[in-house]
Each structure stands twice: as structure tokens, then as C-alpha cells.
Design a binder for this molecule. Structure first.
Ligand code: ADP
Ligand code: DP6
Ligand code: CO
Length: 351
């Protein structure tokens, strides 16, 4: 007896950044955050989960074809444990259900874009994991309830369970029950909004988001000033989105990205996620915006050198032309995998 499910999840790129945990075990953030989920297929994770009565030994997981350890008590382990417990509850109240919760799991995930390079692979990756297991186990829980589990895999992952404009409310409960994601507006609310992904480097970053933010919390005197300002910024961002006010959206997005990287620089030892090309992209976007009466483009950088430029569809051609002119190493995006057709790694079906 075996059951298998495949799910895919897109990345989300924050415009108000999450950077800092008040509880590292539960992944409770020091501030609320807000992101846009990218709804094209260009940056996503696809995860296949299989439960098989014939599998022996512990659960196993492969990322991009390479086996990763599921450490006891680690984040992957916690997500699997919680989802399995929900399945067990269902099986206990309905004896006709197959006992999937008792069978070992094999999980294979692929990203169709650079992993751990500051393009939010942990967000799409952990969201796809939670989504594939919840499908496999036929769980009835809502996206918000699932977002509490995804959050414990990677904070930013809770936002990838929703499309459109998504807030992760920091919550106040010490057990994390109210620290979850919710949709602020669907993508259809602002269909003109587009994102241009500029891959400056696809190399794995030197400092993971997890360790970087931990170091910031421990050492940055600037962080408290940032945290004091986030609630007002969240409010302003939500109203900019609700009223489709692009200039306000752009000013807030760029200010928040710059403040996040300032806090990284204020960390000891300092963290440098931006490089010279990133800074040249900032200069170019500032230049484009100065040439217009109000901003038409908004850059933002996660924990890596790669730029995401948000703009409205009508302005995107001008921005793409400028980016191609000054950074002429354009390469057309080709998806190495078709949705749902990722090969299963060797050993996946071994019992
Ligand atoms: P990023 O900026 O890409 O989110 P992070 O440092 O936050 O980088 O996280 C990268 C880590 O996330 C990877 O080393 C891996 O442990 C995990 N991860 C990325 N993609 C997946 C996936 N598809 N499935 C499971 N875990 C993943
Ligand atoms: C800069 O969610 O990757 O992308 O919770 O430790 O897994 P962990 O960190 P992660 O941090 C994301 C940081 C960011 C900003 C954001 O996405 O909000
Ligand atoms: Co991440």
C-alpha cells in the first residue's frame, strides 16, 4: 500500500522584511512582514511525498536530487511531526482510513531556480513540503493553519501558502498560535503589478538567513530602531496596496530593503549581502525614478545580491530596456523542469 502526492509552491519576495526571531525554536519573528507571491512558474519548488507501508527506517528527503538529513528536532522534522499528528487524529476518529501516519515517508523536492542564493528558496521549499504532505494526508486544515506549520520550517514559508499580497502577523502568543500568514489582497486586486528578477549571482550565500538574523538580533544596536518603525510601515504598506498607490508602495519597499541591509551592516561581524552589481542596480533604479515625476520602479533585495524590481506592467518595458542596456549579460529563462515532471531520485522507492 502506498500513497503519493506532488505539490508546488511559488516564492514570495518581502517588501517589508522579516529579519529577527524572538523565539528561535518556534520561529516567532521580531516584526510582522509583508510580501508579494510571484504567481508565474519561474521561481518555485515542486515536492513529491510518498508514504509506503513497505518503507523501512526513518523518513528521508532529497533536495535537488541530493539527500539531506532530517535531523531529530530540526525544522523539517518538526513540520513532518506536526502534519503526521494531524493525520493520526483523523485516523483515530475514522478507523476506515489507511494508517498513513504509521508509514515512513520519502520526500523529493526540486527548485527550478538557485537554492540558498537569496531568492527565497526556503520559502517556496518549505511551503511545497507542507502542501505536499497536507495533500498526501488529505488534511482538512486551512491555509492559515498550515501556515503555522510552514512557519516552523522557515519563517518566510508561511507567506508562500497564499497568493497575492500576504502579511505574516507576528502575533503575541508565546506558543505561536497567532503568528501566521493571511492574504491582504489577492493578485487580481492589482494585476498591473509585476516583478523583474535580476539574478546577479546564483551562488549559495555565505551567511544563511537563519544565522544572519540570529547574529543581527544578538549584536545590532540599530535593530531596535528598525523594529520601532515597522508597525507604521506595515500600515502604510497595506494602505498603499489597498489603494494601488504605486509611488507609496515603491518608496516603502526601497526604504525597507535599504534599512534591512543597513541592519546587516550594523551586525557584528558585518553581513554583506549586496555586491557592486546590486548597488549599481539600486543606482539605476534611483536614476529611472528621478527621471519621472513619481517612482515607477521599486528595488528590493533579500539576503543575497539578487535584485527584484517591482513595477507596473505599463512601465516594465522601459525598465527592462534600461537593465539590459547597463547589464548586458541577459540570458533567457528556461525552466529545467516541467511542472510535476521532476524525476524521483535514486533510492526514493527503495524499501
Ligand atoms: P534562501 O534565500 O534561498 O531562502 P535560506 O538561507 O533562507 O536561503 O535557506 C536555504 C535553505 O532552505 C537550503 O539550504 C535548504 O536547507 C532549504 N531549502 C531550500 N529549498 C528547499 C526545498 N525545496 N525543500 C526543502 N528545503 C529547502
Ligand atoms: C531577507 O525565512 O529564510 O528573505 O526563518 O530562518 O528560515 P528562517 O529565515 P528566512 O528569512 C527570510 C529573510 C528575508 C526577508 C523575508 O523574506 O521576509
Ligand atoms: Co530563506
Amino acid at each position: 500500500m502506498a500513497y503519493q502526492a506532488t505539490a508546488t509552491a511559488p516564492v514570495n519576495i518581502a517588501v517589508i522584511k522579516y529579519w529577527g526571531k524572538r523565539d528561535t525554536a518556534l520561529i516567532l519573528p521580531t516584526n510582522s512582514s509583508l510580501s508579494v507571491t510571484l504567481d508565474q512558474d519561474h521561481l518555485r519548488s515542486t515536492t513529491t511525498s510518498r508514504a509506503d507501508a513497505a518503507f523501512q527506517g526513518p523518513d528521508r528527503l532529497w533536495l535537488n536530487g541530493k539527500e539531506e538529513e532530517i535531523k531529530d528536532g530540526g525544522r523539517l522534522w518538526v513540520c513532518i511531526k506536526e502534519l503526521r499528528a494531524w493525520r493520526r487524529e483523523m485516523e483515530e476518529s475514522d478507523s476506515a482510513l489507511p494508517k498513513l501516519s504509521e508509514w515512513p515517508l520519502r520526500i523529493a523536492s526540486y527548485n527550478n531556480f538557485p537554492t540558498a542564493a537569496g531568492l527565497a528558496s526556503s520559502a517556496s521549499g518549505l511551503a511545497a513540503l507542507v502542501s505536499s504532505l497536507s495533500t498526501l494526508y488529505a488534511l482538512p486544515q486551512s491555509a492559515s493553519e498550515l501556515s503555522r506549520i510552514a512557519r516552523q520550517g522557515s519563517g518566510s514559508a508561511c507567506r508562500s501558502l497564499f497568493g497575492g499580497f500576504v502579511a505574516w502577523r507576528e502575533g503575541t502568543s508565546p506558543d505561536g498560535s497567532d503568528s501566521l500568514a493571511e492574504q491582504v489582497e489577492p493578485a487580481s486586486h492589482w494585476p498591473e503589478m509585476q516583478a523583474l528578477i535580476c539574478v546577479v549571482s546564483d551562488a549559495k550565500k555565505g551567511t544563511s538567513s537563519t544565522s544572519g538574523m540570529q547574529r543581527t538580533v544578538a549584536t545590532s544596536p540599530l535593530l531596535s530602531a528598525r523594529l520601532a518603525g515597522v508597525p507604521a510601515r506595515m500600515k502604510a504598506m497595506e494602505s498603499a496596496i489597498t489603494s494601488r498607490d504605486f509611488p507609496a508602495f515603491a518608496e516603502l519597499t526601497m526604504a525597507d530593503s535599504n534599512q534591512f541591509h543597513a541592519v546587516c551592516l550594523d551586525t557584528s561581524p558585518p553581513i554583506f549581502y549586496l555586491n557592486d552589481v546590486s548597488r549599481a542596480i539600486i543606482a539605476l533604479v534611483e536614476e529611472i525614478n528621478r527621471a519621472n515625476t513619481t517612482p515607477i520602479a521599486a528595488y528590493t533585495f533579500d539576503a543575497g545580491p539578487n535584485a527584484v524590481i517591482y513595477a507596473q506592467a505599463k512601465d516594465m518595458p522601459v525598465i527592462i530596456t534600461a537593465v539590459k542596456k547597463f547589464f548586458p549579460t541577459e540570458q533567457e529563462f528556461t525552466d529545467p523542469l516541467k511542472v510535476g515532471e521532476a524525476p524521483l531520485p535514486q533510492g526514493f522507492n527503495d524499501t
